[in-house]
Design a protein around this ligand. Structure first.
Ligand SMILES: [Zn+2]
Length: 110
């Protein structure tokens, strides 16, 4: 989980690579997303490090889950509420309903 999302925008994700002390912006199109495997990947914009985030959010459940909801919305062309429901269902299936951290309010996601 070393390359982590810090904030989201219309253009992409601001990320921090803790071990490398790197940070920068990654465009939405440059993020990896595999809905079948329930994972997202973020490549450090500075060095070759890549981190894989499970739908449950790994070491940072809230930000990892937000990342996944954003990717469902953009890659599967869904609304926020649809994306929340899809991501939560995948998370529930993987890790049980106690794992989910996000509320329903879409304004909390950005
Ligand atoms: Zn790096």
């Amino acid at each position: 989980m070393s390359v982590r999302p810090v904030s989201f925008s219309a253009a992409g994700v601001h990320v921090l690579h803790e071990e490398g002390g790197h940070e920068g912006d990654v465009a939405w199109a440059d993020l990896g997303f595999n809905a079948a495997q329930r994972t997202a990947t973020i490549a450090c914009p500075v060095c070759p490090s890549v981190s894989t985030w499970p739908v449950g959010g790994g070491a940072d459940p809230e930000m990892g889950q937000r990342l996944f909801v954003h990717l469902v919305k953009r890659r599967q062309n869904k609304t926020w509420l649809q994306s929340l429901a899809i991501a939560k269902a995948l998370c529930d299936a993987d890790e049980g309903p106690e794992r989910w951290r996000l509320k329903g309010a879409t304004e909390d996601l950005t």
